[in-house]
Each structure stands twice: as C-alpha cells, then as structure tokens.
Design a protein around this ligand. Structure first.
Ligand code: GDP
Ligand code: MG
Length: 437
C-alpha cells in the first residue's frame, strides 16, 4: 500500500548522510508512484512532487543534518495542504439547519445521515430530524427507520408521495412546528451519474436551499470518486465532501484528489457500518496516516473519549497504590472493546498495521482472556501474586485454555500494569511516545 511505498521511498534517503539532488529526485519519483498507486490523479501527483521538490531545494535540504526527516515533513505538510489544510466545520446556523445528502447509490448516504444525526444529537446537543426522500425503493425508507430507531432520532416520511421536493418541504414545516433544529434530508442515488437523478436532486436543492449540501462518496472507488464529485459539484456546488468506507485497506487517494479538483473541503469520514463510526476529517492526521505515522492522535482522542472518566480515576488511584488487579484488567478490556473494531485500532498504531498485515484479528480477540479471568477466584483477581503454578493449572482447566495462555496473560497483565503507570503522564503523551517508539 501507499504507506509501505513511502516507507521505501524514505528508506532511500536514510542510507545517505547527505543527500544529493539526484537522491531527492529519486525519492520524489517513488513518492509520486506511491500516490498514483493510491489512485491519486496523475496531474495532482505530479504537481505535488514538483512542489515538494522546489520547497526541498529551497530549504537547503541538501545540507541539513537530517535531510530525510525534513523531506518527510515537507511531504506531510504538502499532503495536509492538498487535503484542505484546516478542519472544515459544519454550518449549523439555520433555523432549522437544513442538510442535504447527495451521492451515488451505495455511497453511504443513508448510513451517514444516521451517523451525522447521532453525532449532532450526542456531541452538539441538537435535535435532528431525518427525512426519507429516496422514494424509489420502499426498502430505502425502511432502512432509514431502522437507522433512526437505533439512535433514537425521529424519521419523517410520506410513503405514498412520489415527489421528493414536496416531502422535503413538508418535513421542514414539520421540523419548525415540532422544534427540530436540524433537518437531514436523505435522497435517492443511482449506480452512475445520470440526468434524471441530477435533475431531481437539483430540484430538491433549489426548493429547500440547504445550509449544507454534502456530497457522500465511497473512498474505495478511487479515481471514479473524483469524477463523480466533479459531476455533482457542477450541478449542486456542494459545501463539503463525506468520505465513507475509509476503514479497511483504503489509503485515501480520493481524499488527496477531491479537494484539488472540486476545491471543496472533506468534512467527515465514515470508518465503519456502525452509527459511531464517524470522524471529523483532520487533513494533518490523514497525511500522517498516509505516511504511515499512524493516526495516533485520533487513537488517543478516541481512547480518552471512550474511557469512562470515573473509572479511569478509580484505576489511577489503584495503580498508584499498587492495587491494580485482574478485575480492573477485565474492565479495561471491556473499555478497549468499546473503542471499536480491533482492526481499526491496530491500523491507527504506527508500524502495527504493517506488522499485523497477515495476522487475522478476530473481533473477539479477548475471548480467552476473559475466560481465564473469570476462572480466577476474587482473591486471585485482586492479588495476582497469589497465582502460583498449582493455581495456574486449575485456572487453565477451569477456563478451557492452555497453560501457556494463562502464562501469557499473566505476562500481559504485568506489562499492562507497567504501561498504565506510564500513561499517567499529562495528555497521554507517554502513550504516544511509546507507540511512536
Ligand atoms: P446509500 O445508498 O448511499 O444510502 O448507501 P447506504 O447508506 O445504504 O450504504 C451502502 C452500504 O455501505 C451499506 O451496506 C452500509 O452499511 C455500507 N457503509 C456505509 N458507510 C460505510 C462505512 O463508512 N464503512 C463501511 N465499511 N461500510 C459502510
Ligand atoms: Mg440510501
């Protein structure tokens, strides 16, 4: 993938104490190839490497002590810039705020409508209304109801009405009457850009004049994503892009190109099918991720968000008093599981995604661990030093695991206790240092 390629590219530099202009050119050629492989548009990739080259030569990269690092920084900064520089917020100034979803069928509009509603409800204290304007498939309306039910958000629909403009207008009236402050209009898409779809979304757009028109696009469609974005932008002049399905192997070539081609910011990314799998798009983090530095900042932030603060304080006290036991370990595991899919998490740790590439990570990677801890007595859990060879044998039998698995857990527990002590530092800085190192 791209990050492997870039690793290789930077590796060329590391071998030389001092780089020559030839080395820089070689490296940037490799960078360009990597970008192309990640589905970045040819011209953008070329312009990109040219810009970095100019800056690199201008900044005396050839005589600096650590030219490799400087070039990495330049590439990173430039990637960040290419993806929009700063975080682009969402405009919630309307009364109510109307948000229109656009995009092809299967791009993730309905799913993202739900995620956004959930985000606005739980993080921004808003009262959102979801509106079903996909009138072609009864199943589409049903899907939005399932989504709405799962997050406790009302859905507005008119199953008999075949006019999406009317439905959207009525929904806004309903929202005003009932005190909803955000109206999220989910629309129909088709498998490819076509005139009828464009006419319809354009009519809805004109009629309801949304504060935010969002274009939803599947990141896995690569180069096509850019073409589709252009077609929709020509008609709607949309306000922002939502990049979905950024979980899995997608490295985000689309993110690199879209901003340049349509000059619209990417506002959110979708990273899974669950309602919580939504992230604000941070250009700098995306650049780091692409460069294989891992999305450490996101990881730490997500960890902080998900870890129950009270629980964390309790545990901190226990660690300080050396009373951290297996019950606490178990509750930590439960917290980690709440953070989301293990594969996603591993992908955020620098180096780990590469090392774990061929390892199949079960979603329930903690099953054995939980079984072992459950087979311990309360005394053993609170005082792990009690667990001698005899007790280990009993625990292994009781939990249906091998004695090596019990040993391994004991070792992991020790390591984790140590790690938690390190994590006590301000802002989890130590954690980051550990992961980076
Ligand atoms: P729509 O036709 O544009 O409304 O697309 P849907 O919201 O129905 O999504 C199409 C499929 O993509 C569904 O199976 C979703 O569960 C899935 N999907 C949507 N967003 C994501 C995402 O961020 N990650 C993954 N892995 N799947 C997603
Ligand atoms: Mg849909």
């Amino acid at each position: 993938n791209l990050s492997d390629k870039l690793d290789k590219a930077f590796h060329i530099l590391k071998g030389h104490g001092k780089i020559t202009e030839v080395n820089v050119a070689e490296t940037l050629k490799e960078v360009r190839r990597a970008l192309l492989d990640a589905d970045v548009n040819f011209k953008i990739a070329k312009d990109f490497t040219n810009t970095v080259k100019e800056k690199a030569l201008g900044q005396d990269v050839l005589t600096t002590l650590q030219p490799g690092q400087l070039l990495v920084k330049l590439v990173k900064d430039e990637l960040t810039e290419l993806m929009g520089g700063d975080v682009a917020g969402i405009n919630l100034s309307g009364n109510p705020t109307v948000i229109l979803m656009s995009g092809l069928q299967g791009s993730g509009k309905t799913t993202f409508s739900g995620k956004l509603a959930n985000y606005l409800l739980t993080k921004k204290n808003k009262k959102p209304l979801l509106v079903a304007c996909d009138i072609y498939r009864p199943a589409a309306i049903q899907q939005l109801y399932v989504v709405g039910d799962s997050i406790g958000v009302e859905v507005y629909s008119e199953p008999e009405n075949k006019n999406p403009v009317e439905i959207a207008q009525n929904a806004i009236k309903h929202a005003k009457a009932k005190g909803f402050d955000v109206v999220i209009v989910d629309t129909a898409g088709r498998l490819a850009v076509d005139t009828e779809m464009m006419n319809e979304i354009s009519r809805v757009h004109k009629a309801i004049q949304p504060q935010e028109t969002l274009f939803v696009v599947d990141a896995m469609t690569g180069q096509d994503a850019v073409n589709t974005a252009k077609a929709f932008n020509d008609i709607l002049n949309f306000d922002g892009v939502i990049l979905t399905k950024l979980d899995g192997d997608t490295r985000g070539g689309a993110a690199l190109s879209i901003k340049t081609v349509v000059n619209k910011p990417i506002k959110f990314v979708g990273t899974g099918e669950k309602m919580e799998a939504i992230d604000v798009f941070y250009p700098v983090r995306m650049a780091e991720r692409i460069l294989g530095m891992g999305d450490v900042v996101s990881l730490v932030e997500r960890a902080q968000e998900q870890f129950d603060e009270e629980e964390a304080r309790k545990i901190q006290k226990k660690i300080a008093k050396n009373e951290f036991g297996f019950d606490d370990f178990l509750s930590q595991i439960q917290q980690v599981k709440k953070m989301g899919n293990m594969k996603d998490l591993v992908g955020m740790i620098p180096g780990a995604s590469k090392a774990m590439k061929d390892v199949e990570i079960e979603d329930d990677a903690f099953k054995h661990i939980e079984a072992i801890i459950h087979s311990m007595t309360p005394a053993e859990r609170s005082k792990p030093s009690l667990i001698d060879v005899k007790r280990k044998a009993r625990i292994s039998k009781g939990s249906g695991t091998k004695i090596e698995q019990v040993n391994q857990l004991m070792k992991q527990f020790e390591q984790m206790s140590k790690m938690m002590k390190m994590m006590q530092g301000p802002g989890g800085k130590n954690l980051m240092k550990m992961m980076g190192g």
